[in-house]
Design a protein around this ligand. Sequence first.
Ligand code: 26V
Length: 822
Amino acid sequence: GMQCEDDRTGIGVETLKRAFLDNLFYVQGKFPALATKHDYYMALAYTVRDRLLQRWVNTAAIYTQEGSRTVAYLSAEFLMGPHLGNNLINLGIYNQVQQAMTELKLDLKELLAKEEEPGLGNGGLGRLAACYLDSLASLEIPTLGYGIRYEFGIFDQLIRNGWQVEKTDKWLRYGNPWEIARPEWAVSVKFGGRTEAHKNAQGRYRVRWIPHKVVLGIPYDTPILGYKVNTANTLRLWKAEAPESFDFEAFNRGNYYGAVDQKVTSENLTKVLYPNDETYEGKQLRLEQQYFFVSCALQDMLRIMLRQKLPLEQFHEKFAVQLNDTHPAIAVAELMRLLLDEHEMDWEPAWEITQKTFGYTNHTLLPEALEKWSLKLFSSLLPRHLEIIYEINWRFLEQVRHKFGTDEGRIGRLSLIDENDGKFVRMAHLACVGSHKINGVAALHSELLQKTTLLDFYEFFPEKFTNITNGVTPRRWIVLSNPKLTNLITSCIGDNWIKHLEDVQRIETYAEDPGFQQEWQQIKRENKVNVAEILLDRTGVKVDPDSLFDIQVKRIHQYKRQHLNILHAITLYNQIKQNPNLDITPRTLIFAGKAAPGYYIAKLIIKLINSVAEVVNKDRDIGDRLKVVFLPDYNVKNSQPIYPAADLSEQISTAGKEASGTGNMKFAMNGALTIGTLDGANIEIRNAVGAENFFLFGLTTEDVGALRLTGYRPREYYEQNPQLKQAIDQIASGYFSHGDRSLFKPLVDLLLDKDPFMLMADYQPYIDCQQQVSQTYRDRDRWLQMSILNTARMGKFSSDRAIREYCQQIWKVQPVPVQLAA
Ligand code: 26V
């Protein structure tokens, strides 16, 4: 009965109310009359945390007792998004808590909005890690996520006079109720200095590393609860601190400021997330961050093995370690160092263990994103690792010579050291050689990896290569983001689809049912009204919820071609201006996304979007037929209402450039139709939903290659296409910039002279395809049927499917169910 429910675990409405008021008093130190919205959020967060802890402690106990094989997911980024709503869904107490709050005269939505999101990632790669942690816990797979506890995550974006302005993200300002510090498991990480040989107790030579400095890593743990299971895994993020005693000498000599300096520089290590995606910069601090968290993680795994009394020879049996891109690839050399130098293992067994331990996921083909570190920097920071890498390379190239003979070209291409123009350590090569499996993130991407970027490695060890197409979690991206659609689907087919998204296919029988279509349309409209309110509130622009919501939200990058979308906006604008009575399908174009602070052209694209918006939105001739809006500060929290409100999802990257995309999946699951190129996972989405339910346009990867070879002349498209010429000329002439002709000149020149992402070639096919979209939207029944079929056929793109594939093909791990002690 309710009376005997424990206040820390019970989930009845009365218990939840009592526990909430108790936490308000004892954690926040407030009574209701003085409490702020934030106090209420904290009290609720602690109430939910109490319920997680019971599961978390039980999970840890069972994993320890069984010595379970564990996945260690190493990622420099985890873009988790707000925890509270997700935990309510996964605990299965959303409705009870909503009722409890209502009875206390509070609005759950308002409290959820108070959570500051941990923006510990840039975009796709970091968010993928977060979706994968949700699926791993939901599938009851023992997992540790390892990463960095950045004090400042991805910057907050403001828009001032149409330009992006960056503001630091002080996400820890008001405290973080979801983490627990574990200083008792701190580890030391060495940097710099030199190595020397010494004789061990058995009289054998070993190497000793004498560092220049030592930094402490303090773990902060966050529970990751699975959906309707008792499994609560751990996200373990490391904060850098100065060791208490390190510069004690300086302190004793009276050099107080010197000692404080040391502390400050140590703590700089985990201060800030680098906001670049897709362009590599050889910054020392970034390499320090990578080595720091990798060393912390591997030392932590060794500690766990020793505590469980497992011999280190079984490292690869206890842990399956996944490298999320090359950011943690230094782990290959660090595990070797730990086994060789600190645990006195011989090279051959250590190398066998290392290769069996790691898997490497590649997320990009773009050459400018491949990480390489100059030998100068590398040797000054990680002298011992460089020695180990030379040894790995020497042995590897011997094997290459054995297989292929002396083919110096091939050996130069495969070497872990790039000697083309200065000398560099190639991190992707280290990851390939040190792993037993290498995967791309969509079918096309994996194919291109094998044919281009990693061709030489594919020829040397083809059996290592595989594909695992990305997926996203339906818990956050449907259930939490789109409760109305969730209820409609569940009322038709039950709620099994939330765990087995393939089951959502069963709504197909309703695709042509007028009653179901009517409800589907009504829900989409309500979601659009919601976004219209958000847009009005954040930008002051009023949009029509009955217009076609055409949305592109993602990082701003030339290859993603937000500027192609804007050329379409200008084209529509000109069509209406030339024919003021034109009966066109009214559209609202919505953009959001951050540009890397140093990426000048990306920032100029944001300015262009806002400049076009300003002209279009205030033009009386245009009225409600076209609106263009840029929603500032795109992040997980702000994105959640967006996907459910889209009619059309823009996935228009140059073919061959987008590894997978995951936003494309979030949109289609929520019933948006896609306009897209044959790129990344778009190809597989189109295969799944049916070509007739997808708006395809543009060059293929082969076309792009062929056109580049025969000589691409972008200016010819411009000269031969009056609509395109008009749009570009307007941008150049200052039509959107108060007569300023210089503002967009760099962008215009780039498009006409080089056009590296082939917008000019894809312009007309894109415009024609958009015309098809507009026509189809006018056929309400057809559109609704297509929309329903998109949701129904997206089962494959659940991260649960992706994680099952990782478990079977790469990690060889099994579920370990957790029972709650009675
Ligand atoms: C990459 C890099 C590479 C250069 C060094 C700095 C740096 C910093 C961050 C990143 C992460 C960006 C890479 C990324 O997010 N890739 C995206 O990964 C998604 C998940 O697999 C995939 O869907 C996207 O297509 C891919 O662009």
